[in-house]
Design a protein around this ligand. Structure first.
Ligand SMILES: [Zn+2]
Ligand SMILES: [Zn+2]
Length: 553
């Protein structure tokens, strides 16, 4: 049964469509008085379950049906898991977008790649700024993260205030951008916050996340001690880290080259917003091999082993401009994101084969997370003092642990969200009261397809079990006109399995010779499929995808 929102018109409801089953793909909805507000619209990364697909976005059909009442999209920051889906989904929503200058500038670069058609209207807000969007009063609050201008969103409604934290940490030395606005948080914390919807990424990490300022000291030292060419890989979006690497390179008398599209994009946005001086010069990647090895530093993408990233291509020896030589150092100023270990290890093995020296956070303090560890979460709850805690930005196990932590800190009510849950944010009533359609859409080349649809189901089967293609030519009485053709890509080898292929063709031919003259093509196809299914089960214990084509002459 569909949920009747009209019964809750004066109430404040929270409906996450992404980010509450996973770390990534954040999309959050708030509603009151029949109007809707969206906070963030991000992508997620696909797993092996979706062969040939790298990126997924939330299924937004629920809010598309209500798009006339969707008043706006507020972006907390410029990370892909918070705004990366805008170019794919905005044309279905066509709502105004609100963001700070750096986030806007970053989004503009992405939108420019959207191709012809309607483009979103961007409303730039200053950091810490305010705006009224229908029944939602929006106040932005500066929080530190691994990218500049991360803004918590305090949403004031007639039913109470929600503190939507976005991604954050507390860092006394963030290097780029201000420290978190404790006073801004405290202002709301005087018993005024009904609910806090908060980052759960590092809820299992004890203590604090550590400071970017500390990383700078250690990374500079590591780079200064290298004697040959240096390659540093990190998350392109971590602008503080990018700036640290550039500074350390210059201090060590090295020229810097950027390798990877997302790095160029983030550096362009940083320059536009004044976070990086225009005087910082980079050397073109086509020229970097002409620089003596002790004078060169390459800052590149690929710290997660992404197949097409610059470092992966260097490791394979397939980068068009950059070749690694024995004795070069590759510094991973990053961590292995769970799920990426195999890809990263593959890159590491290839680098070892090239006799390159690898330096990682295991040996040196050269990476910190942008998300709060437990002590920071405790401090946030002390500052904001919400009556209800709704953990988000995590898998079920993160949300559960975060809810436990919140209760231990004296928060009276907690709700463990999941994508599609309708959560009633009312004191004494906080709970999941219904659900809406949610799920994943896969970015498949240039199209957007359902992750649980026929195309990907068949592709999965093709990958796991291979395929059999049979083609048959009959006359209009059902007589066989040409020898039966059979191919079995991914199942049989033309030479090795010639005998089995012959046997299949013989069985099919025998079957066709005894087919009733009046049989329809569909009936014939089904009996051929049945025959092959039995044969392959018996001979190979395999269930390939079977395609039969019949032509009539
Ligand atoms: Zn983030
Ligand atoms: Zn995030």
């Amino acid at each position: 049964m569909t949920f009747d929102f009209s019964k809750y018109e004066d109430e404040l409801l929270f409906v996450p469509l992404g980010g509450s089953n996973e770390i990534g793909m954040n999309l959050n909805l708030y509603t009151i008085g029949g109007k809707w507000l969206m906070v963030d619209c991000g992508i997620g990364f696909a797993n092996d379950y979706l062969p040939g697909v790298e990126v997924v976005v939330p299924d937004i059909s629920f809010i598309v049906e209500r798009k006339d009442d969707l008043l706006g999209l507020v972006l907390t920051h410029a990370h892909e898991d918070h705004l990366g889906a805008v170019p794919y989904l905005w044309r279905e929503l066509e709502c105004p977008i609100y963001a700070t200058p750096f986030t806007t500038s970053f989004l503009k670069h992405k939108i420019s790649e959207m191709g012809p058609g309607k483009k979103p209207k961007l409303h730039e807000l200053p950091t810490g700024g305010s705006v009224k969007i229908g029944p939602f009063g929006i106040d932005l609050i500066d929080l530190t993260h691994s990218i500049p201008e991360m803004q918590a969103v305090a949403i004031t409604t007639s039913a109470g205030v929600v503190m939507h934290t976005g991604d954050w940490k507390f860092d006394a030395k963030p290097l780029i951008g201000p420290v978190s606005d404790y006073d801004g948080l405290k202002k709301y914390g005087n018993g005024n916050v009904l609910a806090m919807v908060c980052d759960s990424t590092n809820v299992f990490v004890e203590g604090e996340s550590g400071s970017e300022g500390e990383v700078q000291i250690h990374l500079s030292k590591v780079i200064s001690e290298c004697t040959q060419r240096v390659v540093v890989t990190t998350f392109a979006s971590n602008l503080a880290r990018v700036a640290t690497v550039i500074k350390a390179a210059h201090d060590a008398g090295r020229m810097v080259c950027l390798a990877g599209r997302s790095l160029h994009r983030v550096v362009a946005a940083a320059r536009e917003s004044g976070y990086l001086s225009n005087e910082v010069e980079f050397i073109d990647e086509r020229d970097i091999m002409n620089i003596p090895r002790p004078d060169a530093l390459i800052l590149c993408t690929g710290c997660q082993g992404e197949p097409r990233a610059a470092l992966t291509r260097m490791a394979k020896g397939e980068h068009p401009n950059i070749k690694l030589t024995p004795g070069d150092a590759v510094i991973f100023s990053s961590r292995k994101i769970p799920g990426n270990e195999m890809k990263i290890n593959w890159t590491l093995n290839k680098l070892v084969e090239r006799r390159v020296e690898i330096i990682s956070e295991k040996e040196h303090f050269i990476h910190v997370s942008g998300h709060p560890a437990r002590d920071e979460l405790k401090r946030m709850y002390e500052l904001v003092r919400p009556r209800i805690a709704v953990p988000t930005h995590g898998e079920a196990r993160h949300l559960h642990e975060h809810a436990k932590l919140a209760r231990s800190l004296g928060v009276k009510e907690t709700v463990e969200a999941h994508n599609g849950a309708i959560i009633w944010l009312a004191e004494g009533e906080a709970s999941v009261i219904g659900k809406v359609k949610s799920g994943y859409m896969a970015i498949d080349g240039l199209s957007l397809i359902p992750s649980d649809g026929d195309i990907l189901r068949t592709r999965r089967k093709l990958r796991d079990d291979g395929a059999l293609f049979v083609s048959v030519v009959l006359d209009n009485k059902g007589g066989l006109q040409h020898p039966v053709q059979l191919s079995a890509p991914g199942v049989l080898d033309v030479k090795e399995d010639a005998e089995l292929i012959e046997e299949c063709i013989a069985e099919l031919t025998h079957l066709l010779e005894h087919v009733k003259p009046r049989s329809s093509d569909e009936q014939i196809k089904e009996s051929l499929r049945l025959c092959l299914r039995k044969l392959f089960k018996k001979e190979l214990d395999k269930k390939p995808v079977i395609e039969v084509q019949i032509a009539r002459v």
